[in-house]
Write a protein that binds this ligand. Sequence first.
Ligand code: HEC
Length: 180
Amino acid sequence: MIRRVLCALALCACSPGEATWRTTAEPDAARVAKAEVARDALGGALLAELQQALASGGPAQGIQVCRERAPAIAAEVSAEHGVSIGRTSFQLRNTRNRPPAWAMDSVREKADSPRFFESSTGALGALYPIRLAPHCVVCHGPPERIAAPVREALSASYPDDAATGFEPGDLRGWFWVEVP
Ligand code: HEC
């Protein structure tokens, strides 16, 4: 059964008519500018809501913001800026944050500088590294340094959480942006 689903997904991923992607060292400047504005909008909004939640309700509230607001803010920014945007990682907390197909190789390689891609339809794909800041350790640090109630709240929402064990300065993941 699982195999059949995987096959269906694989077929879907390379069905005819779908854009093909290649890396580029000379991305279209206007699209890059658009990608960066959207990235800053998502990063800024997430950080502002997270800090407010941490200040008012502690990590439990913060987890709720990340769980409920992160996807919603990404959808809002996508609509407002006419792009697709999200966050991804090689160690995911939420398995829904898997990278788009064009970013897969860079995620595997843990690319630690921005990477750009171009599709056969002229779209831009941009990948921007996210590093761990000191205050992220509360929820992404080594498990033994995450407070017990936070650990419990995380495992209740994310039974397959792989997003711990990071130190400040570590590559945590990426913002990905697709600009049509
Ligand atoms: C209060 C706890 C908390 C803090 C603090 C926190 N995060 Fe997260 N983080 C989460 C949760 C919960 C998710 C899953 C969000 C979702 O469901 O999409 C997440 C997801 C992510 C993701 C998306 C990839 C994935 O693993 O699903 C990235 C990237 C990320 N966090 C980076 C950071 C960075 C960088 C900081 C510090 C600026 C930070 N986080 C601070 C709880 C936290």
